[in-house]
Ligand binder design. Structure first.
Ligand code: FES
Length: 159
């Protein structure tokens, strides 16, 4: 368990590192947010405040960018993050049925995290694996040629 102080220090260090890398430039906001999101796992409110202050941008603008993009999250994610491809090639390959099965198995809608913190379920655009659609990623693991029947077994691999 990390203390509040530990989190705050980690947030500041992470932001400083991103600002050092990309510079204190408004046009670098998305790369900065992406890097901080990657390093912290999500974008806490204090991170958005620090970034807005460092870039001399309104916090509302930083927040709206952070909320707009799929790859960014302003809420803590679950221990395992399921990213399901929602684009047409996967959809026509049976993605819709698999997506419904995933929602049912996790009891989550897109963008939600389970109350026990185990799963986050999000949709994503094409992962470049259309030939083996439907496709999803769980953490860094790729699963293709998905069927409704495979979902319980795959989810069962994660603690
Ligand atoms: S459309 Fe799903 S991986 Fe390309």
């Amino acid at each position: 368990m990390i203390s509040q102080t530990g989190i705050a220090a980690n947030v500041s260090e992470t932001i400083q590192s991103a600002l050092d890398y990309y510079g204190y430039k408004e046009e670098e906001l998305i790369p900065i947010l992406t890097r901080v999101n990657r390093d912290l796992g999500f974008l806490p409110q204090e991170a958005l405040a620090e970034i807005s202050s460092a870039l001399k941008m309104p916090k509302s603008k930083v927040k709206s960018v952070a909320s707009f993009y799929h790859m960014l999250s302003t809420k803590p994610l679950g221990r395992h993050v399921i990213k399901f491809c929602e684009n047409a090639p996967c959809h026509v390959a049976g993605g819709r049925e698999v997506w419904l099965a995933l929602q049912e198995a996790t009891n989550l809608q897109s963008g939600e995290t389970s109350p026990d913190g185990k799963w986050s379920l999000i949709t994503t655009s094409c992962l470049g694996l259309c030939a083996v659609g439907p496709v999803m990623l769980i953490d860094g693991d790729v699963y293709g040629n998905l069927t409704v029947e495979k979902i319980p077994e795959i989810l069962g691999r994660y603690e």
